[in-house]
Design a binder for this molecule. Sequence first.
Ligand code: AMP
Ligand code: GLY
Length: 440
Amino acid sequence: MKLLVIGGGGREHALAWKLSLSPRVHKVFVAPGNAGTALEPGLENIPITAIPELIEFAKRESVAITVVGPEIPLAAGIVDAFQAAGLKIFGPTRQAAQLETSKIFAKEFMQRHHIPTAAYARFTDPGLAHAYIEQHPAPLVIKADGLAAGKGVIVAQSHEEAHSAVNAIMIEKNLGNAGNEIIIEEFLQGIEASFIVMTDGNHILPLATSQDHKRLCDDDQGPNTGGMGAYSPVPFVSPTLHAQIMRSIIDPVISGLKQDGIRYTGFLYAGLMITAQDQAKVLEFNCRLGDPETQPIMLRLKSDLLPLIEHAVNGTLNEMNIEWDRRTALGVVMAAKGYPENPRKNDAIYGLQDLAAEQENTDNFHIFHAGTSMGGENGNEIVTAGGRVLCVAALGDSVKIAQQTAYKLVERIRFDGSQIRHDIGHQGMNYQRGNSEKRD
Ligand code: AMP
Ligand code: GLY
């Protein structure tokens, strides 16, 4: 059987790699893919991004199922278009994707269905937003309503920062129409966790828990990024907390969508803040898998991914179970010089060939590519082509062991100006030091 994965980042490399290991899969096309998916056995890149051309391709190649990685094609209605053409595709429709594409939609939805989240107010008028700021203590969180490629959230530590965020988004329009409306949100304190599930609209299968590291520098300092590393599972999501998250957040989201007449099929990502009282509140929804969370999650997934997706597309996800490697998987992102503001391209990457040969014979690690392409003088060198370049993911019996293994692999890869964090997994490690409780 042939499959198609839409996207070209580390998440899509991990998804396509995992799907290619299914005994029934003959080939996984990746559109447009990267150098990692170009070189991975069983995968083939296709240089197409326009939806009508993707539909034509899927028909011509008799693609059995298409899986969508990023939010942009989902927001553009790729699922609606494939379904209208009679093609099977896994992901939410444009309407259902509003949980990610409009923060106001998501907030109103949560309010309507009593899903715990930060208190907020919405504004189209910058004057009223400024007045609201004056009446509320800092820190405050300012969020543009629309998709803003990770730049739409400002955690303002002072009133001054909050006022300038409002001006930048609403008056200077630095995020374009995504900032026509904003929300101002209560600041939540705690530990963040990513809680991702698969759903067919009626049944829910939670994936393993994970945690991202959004800031560029060690100790969670520096600018926000797409994510500098992730690990799975997160030891501080205890069985009790897991049950609470399912009961108070995930179940009400899926039943709330149904009540609202929206059928949601796909991966659903709840970004959570776990407060000191061990209460989970929703920071955001994403209508897709996380990047880089997917890379360690796929490394831990023991079940065949294909039947899980088939059952989800067919509405029978309740018939499926999911099995995880007991170990922790930890992924370290290697980013390009200049990331996140202005990542440099075309730096040659060294050390990947030996690792690619080694990873064929072990299930202990995998190097997932993101911003890479084939370049150099003869077009056969792997070069940087984006902000986040690689995610080096490894398994270990504890967060610490997985971390040590991942960083040893990172040392074997070189490119000019590469940036990494040195403390991926620090919260999980600190927790494990004082407590041996662990959960999938
Ligand atoms: P989002 O894109 O909504 O996930 O926000 C990006 C990051 O901003 C999150 O990962 C959090 O670190 C932070 N953040 C968002 N909302 C809040 C909040 N209400 N309180 C504290 N931090 C927040
Ligand atoms: N890692 C955060 C995200 O995928 O949105």
